[in-house]
Design a protein around this ligand. Sequence first.
Ligand code: ZN
Length: 454
Amino acid sequence: MSDKPAGSTAGRIVLTGAKLIDREGAISGPSTIIIKDGLIAEILPGDGSGEAAPKLESVSRLGWSPGDRVIDCRGHFISPGLVNLHAHSPMNIFKGIAEDVTLEDWFNREIWPFESNMDGDDVEAGARLAVAEMLDYGVTAFADHYFEAGRICDVALETGIRADIAPTLFGMAGDFNDQLAAAEELIRNRNGEQGRLSLRLGPHSPYTCSPDQLAMCAESARSLGVGAHLHVEDDLAQIEASRELYGMTPMEVVSRAGLMDNPLIIGHAYWILPEERVLLKENNWIAVCMMTYMKLGYPPGPILDDPGDLPLCIGTDGAASSNCLNPLEQARLLALAGKSRQGNAEAFSLRTVWRMLMRGHDALPFGTGRLIPGDPADLVVWNLDLPHTAPAYNPLAALIYSGDARNAEHVLIAGDFVKEDGRLKLDTKSIVREAKERAGGILAKGKGSTKLVF
Ligand SMILES: [Zn+2]
C-alpha cells in the first residue's frame, strides 16, 4: 500500500484520495492531503483516478519530487487525531490489580497503598506502556495527571505524542507547599518543550485539597500563565460530603478558589448539578470517562439525562479503573449509557459524540484538530475495510460503535509517523517486557502505608 522512496523523510508526505472526516463529523472528499514541515500544506480535491483528481502529475506540478512519500489512501478516511483529555498514564502498570471492589476499597485498600511504593522507574514504564496503547488507537494528544511528572514528560518526548501534563498535588499529604514549589519549577522548566509538551497544575480534587490550597493553585497557575487539571464530582456522595464540610458543592469550591478563571480541565463532573452549570467559564472543559463510572458502580450522573451545552470531551481515566485507553471505546459507552438512561435512541447522536471526541483539541494548547492548510498534521488514516467495520455505510458509526486500533492504519503527529501501515514505530515488545518486570516488582514490594484517605 505504501510507496516509500529512499530518503523520504526530508520530503513531503502525500496522502492521496481519502475521504475526510472533520471535527463536526461532516464527511467530504475524496481529497489529497500534502504534508510539509509538520503542517498540512495543501488539501486538493480528487481521488487520484478521476478527471478532477490531483494525479501525481498534478502534484508534481506543485513540486512533487521522488523524495516525497506518496501513500494511496483511496477508500480510507482521514480525521484529526483522537484526544484523551483525562488520563493517569503510569497507572497502566496497575491494570487489573483492583477489580470488583467498591470505590472506597479501590482507593484506600488497593491503589493508594500500592502507589505509595511506586518509584520513578515504575512511573516511566507505566507511562510508556500507556502511550504505546494510545498511539495504537490513534490518540495524538493526551492530558495526564500524576506524580513524578517529569518522567512522563520524558516519555512523551521520546515517543512523539503531544502531552499536557499536570503534576498531581495532594493537599492531605502534609507537604503541599513543597509539592507546589516542585510543580512550579517543573512547569517553568518544561512547559512548551519541543512544541509537544504543555504543563499545568494538578491539584487532585476538592476532596483531597482544601479550599485554601486550591486558591494557591489558582494564583500560581495565573502567575505562570498556565491552567489546571483536577477531579470534580464523579459521584453524588462527594457533593453531599462537601456540602457538609464547606456548605458548598465541590464545583462551587473550585469556582470560589478561582480555578475556573484559568484554563481548566475537569476530570469527570459526571454529577454536575443543573444549577452548577453557570459556574463554568470559557476555556473550562469536562473530560467524561464512562468506563470508570460504570465499572466502579456510580449511579447514573445528570450529564446522561441532559448534556445540554456542557463542554464535554472524552477521557479514559487511568487504566486501573478504566482498563482501556481508547477514546472511541469511552465515547461508545457514553453514547450507549446516555441513550439507555434517556430511553431515547436519538440522544447522544454519532455527530454529538464525535464532536466531544474532537473538542478535546480545543482544551489543549497545541492548535490541532482541524483539517485545514497551515495547521499541524496530527492525523489518523482510518481503514474501515476490515471485517469488524465493513461495509461502513456510516463511517462515524463504524468508528464509534465498532472501531478499534486495527482501523488506525497510519497515525501522524506533526507530520511524523508514529504508526505506519498498522505498526507502531515503538519497540512494543521491550515496552511490554519492561512494564511486566516493573509490575512484578510492585507486587513483590506489596502495599505500603498511605497518608491518603478517600
Ligand atoms: Zn482521574
